[in-house]
Design a binder for this molecule. Structure first.
Ligand code: UGA
Length: 434
């Protein structure tokens, strides 16, 4: 089938590459000329395992192209996906101006006699589809036929390609049989369970799914506090409750809280829309509160051990919001660096992939950066693990101890084994493990 994806960010690019991989012809549209020029040269603006090969292969096969022209994309395609940003506003509600602008742009280039399915892939509050349809109707002077569909994405950064190629489920929210049939055809090659719903339910599924996952994380983090107060071990508690199939072990890893460009924004947006609808989702406010205080409690532990943080040399391993990505947006690891710098500590950070972006977006001003975990730890009075990169588990503990001024480790992701680390001569503090 012929598809157009407007917005070549995380979701748009990965979706475009995967749709092309299963044989569709895809035009990716972006209004950022620099990004499109980069993509046309074969350069990939984000780090995501497997994406570069997929893009190169499908461009070479003639199934994937890039342009800045919405008209070209809409003209060449049966189905047009909207995958533009939906950033948060200061009150937590979503800024839908990019979506609205794209809806007007699509309407302006729709030609009489054309039929197009307009699919919202960006994460949006419930009832956005209705507004997109109204907008297109208002600005579509030629009277072309169209239907709006909601098709939320469930990609995790770091494993977005396998998540899209082998999804747990595909959600298609549409009120027109013709549009839903086309969407089912697009997804046929993925051989995954398809759930067809109305538009509002599909939009809600996305916010409700992310909120539930965030709730699981805050739940285990709250349990971790009780473990610390009682001498229990949160890993064992998580294994014990997670082996009940109704609960599941995933997303029960205690740590310094969730971050990234999705959870914090989506939970705030879900709270805002629930308030708008007159049914405030107060449980999610507690989820947010546990999340932010989790980091504060962690910093307090460091302060308690080092007494004064000012002028202390502290190594921080990890800047990205999770491993296997270069994404540092709303990263708790970055916030930890900022907290330590704000208290006057001499922070030296290392991250396998995120350093460049952290510097580019001026997120770690006042901190220095290192080229390896051991370089960061050289002469450090404490080491903080803020992201659970696999690379950190391979560091030789004897070398690490030699490099550091004082052998103190604060593991915010429960990455290391407490017994091994303590046997190697470190004073070790983690989350919810006595
Ligand atoms: C999340 C969802 O998992 C995806 O299903 C969804 O499609 C995506 O948001 C989105 O809305 O686009 P992502 O933000 O890439 O994906 O990352 P996750 O793997 O969900 O991790 C989010 C945060 O939770 C990270 O900071 C991670 O460190 C933290 N986390 C995760 C924990 O603290 N504990 C856990 O047990 C799991």
């Amino acid at each position: 089938m012929k598809l157009c994806i407007i917005g070549s960010g995380y979701v748009g690019l990965v979706s475009g590459a995967c749709f092309a991989e299963v044989g569709h012809h895809v035009v990716c549209v972006d209004n950022n000329e620099k990004k499109v020029a980069q993509l046309l040269k074969g350069e990939v603006p984000i780090y995501e395992p497997g994406l570069e090969e997929l893009l190169h292969r499908n461009v070479a096969a003639g199934r994937l192209s890039f342009t800045t022209s919405t008209e070209e994309g809409v003209d060449k395609s049966d189905v047009v996906f909207i995958a533009v940003p939906t950033p948060p506003q200061p009150d937590g509600s979503v800024d839908l101006s990019y979506i609205e602008k794209v809806a007007r742009e699509i309407a302006a280039v729709l030609k009489p006699g054309q039929y197009r399915v307009i699919v919202d892939k960006s994460t949006v509050p419930v009832k956005t589809g209705e507004k997109v349809a109204d907008t297109i109707r208002r600005y579509n002077k030629g009277g072309a036929e169209f239907d709006v569909v909601s098709n939320p994405e469930f990609l995790r950064e770091g494993c977005a390609v396998p998540d899209l190629m082998k999804p747990d489920r595909i959600v298609i929210g549409g009120n027109s049989e013709r549009a839903v049939a086309l969407m089912q055809k697009i997804y046929e090659p993925f051989m995954a369970p398809v759930l067809v719903t109305d538009i509002n339910s599909a939009e809600l599924i996305k916010h409700a799914a992310n909120s539930f996952l965030a709730l699981k994380i805050s739940y285990i983090n709250a349990v971790a506090r009780i473990c610390e107060a009682s001498g229990a071990d949160v890993e064992k508690v998580a294994d014990g409750i997670g082996s009940d199939k109704r609960i599941g072990r995933n997303f029960l890893n205690a740590g310094i809280g969730y971050g990234g460009s999705c959870f914090p924004k989506d939970i705030a947006a879900f709270i805002a829309i629930s308030e708008d609808l007159g049914v405030p989702f107060t449980l999610l406010k507690e989820v947010e509160k546990i999340n932010s205080t989790q980091r504060e409690r962690f910093i307090a532990k460091i302060r308690e051990a080092l007494w004064v943080l000012k002028d202390k040399k502290i190594a921080v391993w990890g800047l990205t919001f999770k491993p296997d990505t270069d994404d540092v947006r709303s990263s708790v690891a970055v916030q930890v660096v900022q907290d330590l710098v704000a208290e006057g500590a001499d922070v030296i950070a290392y991250d396998p992939k995120g350093t460049e972006k952290a510097i580019e977006f001026q997120l770690i001003q006042g901190a220095r950066v290192a080229k390896s975990p051991l370089e960061a730890a050289q002469g450090a009075e404490a080491l903080v693990i803020a992201t659970e990169w696999n690379e950190f588990t391979a560091v030789d503990l004897a070398e690490l101890k030699n490099a550091m001024h004082t052998p103190l480790i604060f593991d915010g992701r429960n990455l290391l084994n407490p017994e091994t680390v303590r046997n190697a001569g470190f004073q070790y503090t983690s989350i919810g493990r006595s």
